[in-house]
Design a protein around this ligand. Structure first.
Ligand SMILES: Nc1ncnc2c1ncn2[C@@H]1O[C@H](COP(=O)(O)OP(=O)(O)O)[C@@H](O)[C@H]1O
Ligand SMILES: [Mg+2]
Length: 259
């Protein structure tokens, strides 16, 4: 069953640039999908369409059977946890307070305004921290942690939301190779054990091949490949990393080095 369904979506920004040029894709519940492509391909825009941070200029996006729109944005978004490249933590706050902010999606606006959390929220937050192996860091200031640990906090915050889907936009782009590996393993495990659907944007071919069930390859706002890691041939990689006017020259070399 598709938990996210994108139907003929386009996204033209106010400046006239069309970043998404007609994409249809169904994301199966419980699957681990990697959206792969060079910088500028439209990966972040596609991910933002999936949780309503951007509105499509054409087509529709459906989450758990509901069409994303103004009326149900808050509700549908509460099913979707986000993980970011730069972690997006409140650096001066404690780790556990950062995780608690993941509960805000389930609180009234008044509760949100005053950061009113219930005991139940604290239990959920502590549970999420245990899930990512950071129980002992709960009361540390977020900015005292390493990059890999900060990203674990970002994942715990998403988990505290009790989401059906986690969307991760380049979650390892700011991390060293060992931490990158650990974060990808953690996301994979969250998909396998907790049954949460995971969609990860990546530009690293090797990580996509190793962790994904399915790879959606993008180039210039279009899907140019959709298949399993085993189906990702060198030719398919060339299509994904095909340069055009705006792409930088390192993309194809990088892709082929990993092929
Ligand atoms: N708000 C915006 N206004 C105009 N162009 C944008 C905007 N956001 C992104 N773009 C452009 O859309 C294209 C795709 O961007 P993005 O989705 O961030 O790609 P990726 O995540 O694959 O690097 C890029 O050319 C980018 O410059
Ligand atoms: Mg991006």
């Amino acid at each position: 069953m598709a938990i996210i369904s994108i139907k003929s979506a386009t996204k033209r920004f106010p400046n006239g640039f069309e970043a998404i040029k007609g994409i249809s894709a169904d994301i199966a519940a419980g699957s681990f999908t990697v959206i792969l492509g060079p910088s500028g391909a439209g990966k972040s825009t596609l991910l933002r369409l999936m949780n309503g941070l951007e509105t499509p200029t054409g087509g529709t996006v459906h989450i758990t059977g509901e069409t994303l729109g103004k009326a149900n944005l808050r509700k549908t978004r509460s099913h979707v946890g986000m993980v970011f490249q730069q972690f997006n933590l409140v650096e001066r706050l404690s780790v556990v307070t950062n995780v608690l902010t993941g509960r805000l999606a389930h609180r009234s606006w008044l509760g949100s305004l005053f950061y009113l959390f219930r005991n139940e929220d604290m239990e959920i937050a502590q549970e999420a921290l245990a899930r990512v192996g950071l129980t002992d860091k709960a009361w540390s200031r977020a900015d005292k942690l390493s990059g890999g640990q900060q990203q674990r906090v970002g994942i715990a915050r998403a988990l505290a939301q009790r989401p059906k889907v986690i969307l991760a936009d380049e979650p390892v782009a700011s991390l060293d190779p060992v931490s990158s590996e650990e974060i990808m393993m953690l996301l994979r495990e969250i998909c396998d054990r907790d049954g949460i659907t995971v969609v990860v944007n990546l530009h690293q071919v090797d990580l996509a091949k190793r962790f994904a069930d399915r790879i959606i390859g993008m180039n210039s706002g279009r899907v140019v490949f959709d298949g399993t890691p085993a189906e990702l041939s060198p030719l398919a990689l060339q299509t994904i990393y095909k340069r055009d006017e705006i792409e930088d020259d390192t993309n194809l070399d990088l892709a082929l080095a990993y092929a």
